[in-house]
Write a protein that binds this ligand. Structure first.
Ligand SMILES: [Cu+2]
Length: 411
């Protein structure tokens, strides 16, 4: 039923929204084949990467797809490239997250959820100045594996653990970008589930010194929104009394002598009955789970259904993917009409496998590379129906003539 509905939706939207797709920002990186680091300047490399000129721009969730922030660039005394970024943390931001009027009371890096895509090259000296707005009431921080890697186990050169920043203060995280790959970044202040799921996250791309084969590129950051922020789930260990209470309701040693005389199905029944009858309202509160009501790619539900991503047959595309979804064990990406090469974590230039679906735990990331042979409208979406129905679904509007597989440009 879902697939029938989804196909119907895809067809109707592809017809009725073709006008809106005309306005979509075409991917426009020049394709000149592979270049080696010895042949390319930092300026040329940045141009290949489609680095944004306007670092103060707040991209819409559609623009977010191809908006790469490569920082303010300078050179140090040794000639090393230095990239400087400024992230301002603001609380209580009203972020539109659907086309139906849902507003998320979010916390943001530079005013958007997700925060800006930070793009650097392996070996760059990176400085990220994070300003915690004076209007905020919570401390915040900036964390990503490369930062931790470059900060001596999370301690900055000034000795401040994790660079936790009070309201009205700022802190500059400094690290050498390594190794190349794709990374999520996020606020690392407790309780993490709140600070992250409020919207304080984004993606860092560290490009290899020797560029990957050049392709037109995009970003897909997978997230979700827990709109019922008052539904606090467990953020610490439950009280000991609660555990003891539940243990007293489990079968005792004397009970077990009876259990051993029963068959397996009886044992299962004993366990289930015990848990149900033994649970108290207090335990129920402890175990109350937080859930997401809306799921998206790049921040706004169904945005790429409303604004299909325009691609062309025979051209290779690369998508940097990261999953920051909280409260659900896994997320996934599935595309119709093409297979894609998958590079786990983006830390290798050789693909792990060819597939049409990849499953990601929280924080997992990688790179997809794919080429369409035939024009048409193709869905891409999570492979969990719940996530898809609640916003995580989009369309590729593939244009051009059919292409013979043997004529695909490998770069
Ligand atoms: Cu925070």
């Amino acid at each position: 039923m879902f697939m029938q509905n989804a196909y119907s939706s895809a067809f109707v939207l592809s017809v009725t929204l073709i006008i809106s797709s005309q306005n979509f920002l075409f991917l426009n990186i020049p394709v000149n084949g592979q270049t080696t680091v010895s042949q390319i300047s930092q300026e040329s490399y940045d141009k290949m990467k489609n680095c944004s000129i306007d670092l103060n721009k707040k991209p819409t969730s559609v623009e977010y797809l191809t908006h790469f922030n490569c920082g303010h660039v300078s050179k140090d005394e040794s000639g090393k490239t230095v990239r400087q970024f400024t992230l301002i943390v603001e609380e209580d931001q009203k972020i539109p997250i659907t086309y139906e009027g849902h507003i998320f009371e979010g916390w943001t890096f530079n005013g958007t959820i997700p925060g800006p895509t930070i793009r650097v090259t392996e070996g760059d000296l990176v400085r990220i100045r994070v300003i915690n707005s004076n209007d905020n009431i919570n401390a915040h921080s900036f964390y990503s594996q490369p930062v931790n890697f470059g900060m001596d186990n999370g301690f900055t050169k000034s000795g401040q653990p994790g660079g936790t920043i009070s309201p009205g203060r700022s802190f500059t995280y400094e690290f050498v970008a390594q190794p190349f790959g794709v990374y999520p970044y996020y606020c690392h202040v407790e309780p993490l589930a709140d600070h992250i799921n409020r919207g304080l996250y984004g993606m860092i791309i560290i490009d290899p010194k020797e560029p990957r084969p050049q392709m037109e590129e995009m970003v897909m950051l997978l997230n979700g929104y827990d709109l019922d922020l008052d539904l606090e789930g467990p953020t610490k260990l439950p009280p000991v009394a609660s555990i003891e209470g539940s243990q007293t309701n489990l079968p005792t040693n004397s009970d077990s002598s009876n259990i051993t005389k029963t068959n397996i199905s009886d044992m299962t029944n004993v366990s289930i009955t015990s848990n149900n009858e033994g649970s108290t309202s207090e335990e129920s509160n402890v175990r109350e789970e937080r859930v997401n009501e809306i799921y998206t790619v790049n921040g706004k539900a169904f945005d790429y259904m409303m604004n299909p991503i325009v691609l062309h047959t025979g051209k290779p595309y690369r998508a940097y993917v990261a999953n920051i979804l909280e409260f659900d064990a896994v997320n996934s990406v599935h595309v119709h009409g093409a297979m894609f090469d998958w590079y786990s974590a983006g830390t290798n230039k050789t693909a792990d496998f060819l597939t049409d679906i990849v499953t990601l735990s929280r924080g997992d990331r990688g790179i997809m590379e794919f080429t369409y042979l035939f024009p048409g409208t193709y869905m891409f979406h999570a492979h969990q129906t719940l996530f898809t129905d609640l916003g995580w679904m989009g369309l590729f509007d593939v244009r051009g003539n059919p292409v013979e597989p043997s004529r695909i440009d490998p770069t």
